[in-house]
Design a protein around this ligand. Structure first.
Ligand code: NCD
Length: 293
């Protein structure tokens, strides 16, 4: 494994190895603080982020690596017109791995094509977000003990939501039955694994996992389409109660108005655990890629 651009870069064996390794890190986050002691990782974030960037940075610190980077590309030469390819070539000379978030789909693949060091896709536009998927898989496996035989319902912005674009193909490999409850006009894109359209109550009744997502306001070419979609779906305590749902509720966060705070503290609500799991999962990703490089 040289880069992590798409979840499709990983075989089922790679996925299992990363999840097993993450379990080991989770048991003892500070266990091996010298593992990457002589390495430098760069977080190159051309788009806003809280969890992804900071959990990667925490992961690197736990492994003993030094971290450098930027969270606001306005402070970089991108504002002078520098291309992504040139930035990737230059950062390759400074760091042993590049963790890239960028507003354009395909950006991580472009960077990986020219970089001399591993490139990790931390979200490329409406493309993919493979390390979020590893975090999601880890959380499901940790809570349920298995990734086999699941029914998973995706709720919300399935058109622009990159976390779903990586998670759906991964779950398909595990033989999951996929359901979708898109906000108006925001169905899964063509080329995505098949997901049966159902309404929200049916999804809550049938699913083992309800995966809610934010409407991706920043990706809409037309503000009116965003206004039409926002507020159309709500995952809350009443939904779980009226449907007798047994589902675990996940959300990559941040939430806006699609996931009610009245679920916080409910035994089904696993989204803050999911965010926390990003640290051991990203430790596994960094250790694996840097070991191989
Ligand atoms: C997601 C993202 O950036 O795609 N956030 C995250 O990394 N946890 C989801 C989102 O922004 O809605």
């Amino acid at each position: 494994m040289r880069h992590l651009v798409s979840i499709r870069d990983l075989s089922l064996g790679d996925l299992e190895a990363l999840l097993d390794r993450a379990e080991g890190h989770a048991r003892d986050l500070r266990g091996d603080g010298e593992h990457l002691a002589d390495r430098i990782v760069c977080t190159a974030f051309f788009e806003p982020s809280t969890r992804t960037r900071l959990s990667f940075e925490a992961a690197a610190h736990h492994l003993g690596a030094a971290v450098m980077g930027f969270a606001d590309h306005a402070s970089t030469s991108a504002t002078k017109g520098e291309s992504l390819e040139d930035a990737a070539r230059v950062l390759s000379g400074y760091a042993d791995a590049m963790i890239l978030r960028h507003p354009e789909s395909g950006a991580a693949a472009r960077a990986a094509a020219v970089a001399d060091v591993p490139v990790i896709n931390a979200g490329d536009g409406d493309g993919e977000h493979p390390t979020q998927t590893l975090t999601d898989l880890y959380t499901i496996r940790h809570e349920r003990g298995t990734l086999e035989g699941l029914t998973v319902a995706f709720v919300g912005d399935l058109r622009y939501g990159r976390t779903v674009h990586s998670l759906a193909p991964a779950l398909e490999r595990y033989g999951a039955r996929l359901l979708q409850v898109p906000a108006p006009g925001l169905e899964m894109p063509s080329g995505a694994p098949h997901a049966e359209s159902v309404d929200l109550d049916a999804a809550a009744e049938k699913a083992d996992v309800l995966y809610a997502t934010r409407i991706q306001q920043e990706r809409f070419p037309d503000p009116a389409a965003y206004d039409a979609a926002r507020g159309s779906l709500l995952v809350d305590r009443a939904l779980l109660e009226r449907t007798g749902s047994k589902a675990m509720v996940l959300h990559p966060l941040p939430r806006v108005d699609e996931l009610a705070t009245d679920l916080d503290g409910h035994p089904a609500a696993k989204y803050f655990d999911q965010a926390r799991n990003g640290v051991p999962v990203r430790m596994a990703v960094l250790a694996t890629l840097l070991e191989d490089s």
